[in-house]
Write a protein that binds this ligand. Structure first.
Ligand code: MF3
Ligand code: CO
Length: 249
């Protein structure tokens, strides 16, 4: 079900999204080589709960942690573990904070130490994909224009756009309709409406767009099919009559 948020709901969304953003800023200051992904998760748990909020991912469909910490070839949903973060890694951290019944969802890919030019470019282009997607976005624009913009930009650099997972609506639930694919045909899909809150989250692979959902055996960790690195960047945005408001920036 697609939900349209009223002003009261939008201010609650703003609050949860602000916490999500600040959590990632906090993680960005602390994350470094030598830490385990579990230690990153502890930072996330500590920050979110210190804001009087709840990490929505913890226990979601049995998910065992407060964050997804995805290193290099892990695209998304990396379960925090004893994996040690190394100099040269790219690490995506995806978190959701809930306060007063509303969720805010965001992800960043952090560069650890001396990262190769190739990986730096992947992370930069992935962020650019998000900003291309919100260019001109407002009420009345067809939904799949988002995916069209992401795909066009990523593929112009020879990258693969993950299709097996999408962005999504968000509000009282972490995942609401509509699904927001990162690929698509311009001018197609439902028209966006003012008061919709959606997560736009390009997941971009350096090589093939294909991913493997079962390889890890934990039921969550998604890896690239070719083992090459992937990047992820996500914000929760509010659609308005005149444009978008990025709630997690
Ligand atoms: N935050 C993710 C998203 O962008 C969802 C994570 S799934 C979970 O949709 F199980 F980790 F919660
Ligand atoms: Co997310």
């Amino acid at each position: 079900m697609i939900t349209i948020k009223n002003d009261a709901e939008i201010s609650l969304m703003r609050e949860s999204c602000r916490i999500a953003k600040e959590t990632l800023d906090f993680v960005g200051k602390k994350i470094r080589a030598g830490m385990t992904t579990k230690e990153v998760d502890e930072l996330v748990y500590r920050y979110i709960t210190s804001c009087g909020a709840t990490p929505s991912e913890l226990g979601y469909e049995g998910y065992p942690a407060s964050s997804c910490v995805s290193v290099n070839e892990v695209v998304v949903h990396g379960i925090p573990s004893d994996r040690v973060i190394l100099d040269g890694d790219i690490v995506s951290v995806d978190i959701v904070a809930e306060k007063n019944g509303y969720h805010g969802d965001a992800a960043r890919t952090f560069l650890i130490g001396e990262v190769s030019e190739e990986k730096k470019k992947l992370v930069k282009v992935t962020e650019e994909c998000f900003f291309k997607a919100i260019e001109g976005l407002k009420a009345g624009v067809p939904l799949y224009d988002i995916g069209y913009a992401v795909q066009t930009h990523a593929e112009s650099h020879g990258y693969g756009v993950v299709r097996a997972l999408t962005g999504h609506g968000i509000g009282r639930f972490m995942h609401e309709d509509p699904a927001v694919p990162n690929y698509g045909r311009k001018g197609t899909g439902m028209r966006l409406r003012s008061g919709m809150t959606i997560c736009i989250e390009p997941m971009i692979n350096m090589g093939t767009y294909k991913v493997n959902m079962d390889q890890s055996g934990d039921g969550w960790t998604v890896v690239t099919a070719d083992g090459k690195p992937a990047a992820h960047y996500e914000n929760t945005v509010l659609i308005t009559e005149s444009g978008v408001e990025i709630l997690t920036l």
